[in-house]
Design a protein around this ligand. Structure first.
Ligand code: ADP
Ligand code: MG
Length: 462
């Protein structure tokens, strides 16, 4: 904690200056960090400092501490350590701000709001829902999809609970929301609750802290349809599991529909009470697995259509080949390419896609690549030797491979054109320039070559 606080002081010193830091922050320390509730406590030496910080620097603390603690947002609570009733004051502070079920005298249930997913439209943002219509059905997800649809036909009857499992980014959350949205469309009065397991756990902890377990349970028991996302996060949380077990039984007995998503098959989940684990598998357990190349392309087409973008098939295949299985990443790649094209006012070409994706992948995997490593991969790919590449041969095939090698060397290392020329048989730097032009032109003319080159570069970067 003191290291983080030290870093925080260094950062804000730049932003607000030493005088402010010395006057207001020097005597403050970082008390406690509650990772579950995402709350951080700052201990001020007196009420005056506490009030001043609250009034003037709360947002600053929030921004920088969130970054240092690696969360997207957090709550900063400043307490006055000189206050003898301090225990109380911490509690009061928290009570004011923490979202607690049934708080402020309302027993109201949080009603279902369909999630929105932002996709980029040229120069404009548009929202498209996680709906069945926007879900591409493929062999890798058809069982889960069919089960999800069946559940919306007759909630609570057919498959209860429905347990959908699969790796991250394969569309579980999308399906859960599609179920919620569809049931809500059919029956406006249905109480559909969607909750992530993370939030469920922290709500439960709050409920215990503030003696509101009844309200907590009442809220969930009022559901006609309960959608619990990423239920693997309930593992090792014994008390929450018990509360959940209780809620589950009541809903189940009342024929209310329950749907879970998880990245793990029930039998393989660790730290789960046996009786709860067996409940998970009572209804239908269905999996989602990695999409095929064709499915990935179909999903990309759907996403492009939702953004009203026309993207070439070659570009789609190229993106689909780069991203192995995670559909979230697949979508991210497409969004990045569209965004880049929009910002630089260019058409979406294979070359542009290639540039955008290569750049990000290089960034995320910084690696020292040397000439020898590059030559090794290229020789293996084209079945030739370093001697061939360095030779004076003007054989068309060898020249082409030499050009590819030069291109990769320029792209993947920070060596100069001269270094590259020297390494490949003492050539002049102008022949490297020529090679780069040739390869770039070839890539433009031949989409498959672009993809092949990208594969080679990936191999080199492995
Ligand atoms: P998970 O919850 O399994 O980690 P998500 O449901 O969040 O995955 O899906 C990640 C992204 O991929 C979402 O934007 C979702 O819309 C999209 N997606 C996943 N599968 C499909 C599909 N079959 N058709 C269309 N979009 C999909
Ligand atoms: Mg999810």
């Amino acid at each position: 904690m003191s290291i983080i606080w030290g870093e925080f002081l260094t950062i804000i010193r730049e932003e607000v200056g030493s005088r402010v830091v010395d006057t207001w922050f020097k005597a403050v320390s970082l008390g406690k960090w509650d990772m579950i509730l995402k709350e951080v406590y700052l201990e001020a030496p007196n009420a005056f400092v506490k009030d001043w910080l609250n009034k003037n620097y709360l947002a600053l603390c929030q921004t920088h501490l969130a970054r240092l603690l690696k969360v997207t947002s957090l709550k900063v609570i400043i307490i006055d350590v000189s206050d003898t009733k301090n225990d109380n004051s911490v509690k009061n502070n928290v009570l004011e701000s923490v979202e607690c079920p049934g708080q402020a005298g309302t027993q109201e249930v949080v009603l279902y709001k369909p999630a929105k997913v932002a996709t980029i439209k040229r120069g404009n943002y548009t929202n498209t829902g996680y709906s069945f219509e926007n879900f591409v059905v493929a062999p890798s997800n058809s069982l889960a999809y069919a089960a999800a649809q069946a559940v919306t036909e007759k909630p609570g009857c057919l498959y209860n609970p429905l347990f959908i499992y699969g790796n991250s980014g394969l569309g579980k959350t999308h399906l859960l929301h599609a179920i919620g949205g569809s049931i809500k469309n059919k029956d406006k009065k249905a109480v559909v609750l969607y909750q992530t397991t993370d939030r469920f756990v922290s709500e439960f902890i709050n409920a215990i802290r503030f003696n509101k377990v009844h309200q907590f349970e009442a809220k969930y028991q009022s559901a006609d349809v309960l959608l619990i996302d990423d239920v693997q996060f309930i593992s090792n949380k014994g008390q929450t599991q018990e509360a959940f077990f209780h809620i589950f039984n009541l809903l189940y007995d009342a024929h209310k529909q329950i749907v879970f998503s998880s990245d793990t098959f029930p039998q393989d989940m660790d730290g789960i009470a046996e009786r709860l684990r067996s409940r998970f598998a009572w209804g239908l357990v269905t999996d989602m697995y990695a999409p095929s190349l064709e499915t990935k392309v179909a999903i990309l087409k759907k996403k492009a259509e939702l953004c009203s973008e026309v993207v070439d098939d070659a570009v789609m295949y190229f993106i689909a080949e780069q991203v192995t299985s995670n559909i979230r990443e697949l979508e991210g790649a497409l969004v990045r390419i569209i965004a880049f094209a929009t910002l630089t006012q260019q058409a979406i070409t294979l070359e542009l896609a290639y540039k955008v994706l290569l750049r990000t992948s290089l960034k995320s995997a910084p690696r020292v690549v040397d000439f020898e490593g590059i030559v090794k991969v290229i020789n293996k790919q084209y079945n030739c030797s370093l001697k061939d590449l360095c030779s004076k041969s003007r054989n068309k095939h060898i020249t082409f491979i030499r050009h590819v090698a030069m291109y990769c060397m320029k792209h993947l290392t920070d060596k100069s054109l001269r270094d590259i020329g020297t390494f490949l048989g003492g050539r002049d730097h102008t022949s490297v320039v020529y090679a780069l032009e040739k390869i770039e032109r070839h890539m433009k003319e031949n989409a498959h070559f672009g993809v092949e080159l990208r594969r080679i570069e990936n191999e080199i970067l492995k």
